[in-house]
Design a protein around this ligand. Structure first.
Ligand SMILES: [Zn+2]
Length: 356
């Protein structure tokens, strides 16, 4: 039953799309929704597709960011090793001995993140290495070979390499970039599967979220939504070392309805509506109230005269690394709630969220 979703998640996570270089993901989005309705882009690279409903108003935006965290080539050493800069929030701990893919004008170049092996370390082995002490080994013998034979030059984008892997528990899947390809997949599936809705739906893939919600600003200015549902892959907090009592992102716990984070306070009436809708349709959900973190909602809700927005998430373990894990039931719950909200938010429901 979930086969379509799983195949879509596989193709989206295996595409490379670091901030500013989202082309592969954008093209999957474009191909998938090309028969749904008119497609537009803004001038930074965000893409959106409009699905006509029974009324022109309200305009409901389903947003997802296309990008994943990655790196860029800063320089190549004389003996062919790549020095790099991070794009987005990495923790150097997670990088040692990982694989990456560099996209060049001559094609893809695989590499491994290298560091001094423990045998050769003189001082303490307990220290977290600094990102600037790491390098990528692409097997080149010189800067010249890296540039001319491999096409590896300063500015080339570098994505993590993280295969799509079903786990023994057949609800669970591991891959890179579930943050935020789960969101992209939900927007695509909702656009394809929606039937009757009393509004106009615009499904969007924004660029450059991981470096500060940059694409969401220009995308929202282009789309001019009346209300937004932001689809995300927020961090799960159900692993050892975290307090069980405070768990808000449990795998298998359902869609996470995020109420507050450092980028947005969700319109309380919209939050209630989302919760009531989940209850009415018996969709499992969990609430997120977070001191830190932010989503595209942070930019979208402040666009124009203000856009009531809510964030729905599929909790993902180990995000911002090569090996995130999701439970497919949470994905299904997030997709179901998204589609019910779209079917039920009409002009009068929107009016009820406002303050007149
Ligand atoms: Zn994200």
């Amino acid at each position: 039953m979930n086969e379509t979703s799983i195949e879509l998640l596989k193709s989206l996570t295996q595409a490379d799309g670091i901030p500013g270089y989202e082309t592969e993901v954008r093209e999957i989005f474009r191909d998938a929704v090309s028969d749904v309705g008119p497609i537009g882009t803004d001038r930074l690279g965000s893409i959106f597709c409009e699905r006509a409903g029974n009324a022109e108003q309200p305009r409901i935006l389903l947003d997802s960011h296309l990008d994943e965290i990655g790196f860029v080539v800063q320089s190549v050493t004389d003996n062919g090793f790549v020095k790099f800069l991070p794009l987005g929030g990495w923790w150097a701990h997670t990088l040692l001995a990982q694989r990456v893919t560099i996209t060049t004008k001559l094609g893809k170049v695989p590499g491994v993140v290298g560091s001094t092996p423990p045998h050769l370390l003189s001082g303490s082995r307990d220290k977290v290495l600094d990102m600037k002490d790491l390098f990528i080994d692409i097997g080149a013998e010189s800067e010249e070979q890296a540039a001319e034979a491999f096409g590896v030059l300063p500015g080339c984008p570098i994505a993590p390499y993280g295969p799509f892997m079903p786990l023994k528990n057949d609800k669970l899947f591991s891959a890179k970039a579930f943050d935020n390809r789960v969101g992209v997949a939900i927007v695509i599936e909702a656009l394809l599967r929606l039937d009757e809705h009393p509004n106009t739906v615009i499904g969007a893939g924004s660029v450059q979220e991981e470096v500060g919600l940059r694409g969401a600003r220009t995308m929202a200015a282009s789309v001019e939504p009346d209300l937004a549902i932001v689809l995300e892959g927020p961090p799960a907090d159900d692993t050892p070392g975290l307090s069980v009592g405070a768990t808000q992102g449990k795998l298998g716990g359902g869609v996470q309805i995020r109420i507050i984070d450092s980028s947005m306070i969700v319109n309380p009436k919209l939050a209630d509506f989302a919760i009531e809708t989940a209850k009415r349709h018996e969709i499992p959900y969990q609430l997120g109230v977070r001191q830190s973190g932010g989503t595209d909602g942070g930019a979208i809700h402040q666009s124009g005269r203000g856009v009531p927005s809510v964030v729905l998430g599929v909790p993902s373990r180990y995000i911002h690394s090569h090996v995130s894990i999701i439970n497919i039931d949470d994905y299904t719950a997030a997709l179901d709630l998204t589609m019910h909200l779209v079917r039920e938010i009409d002009a009068s429901a929107l009016e009820g969220f406002l303050f007149g």
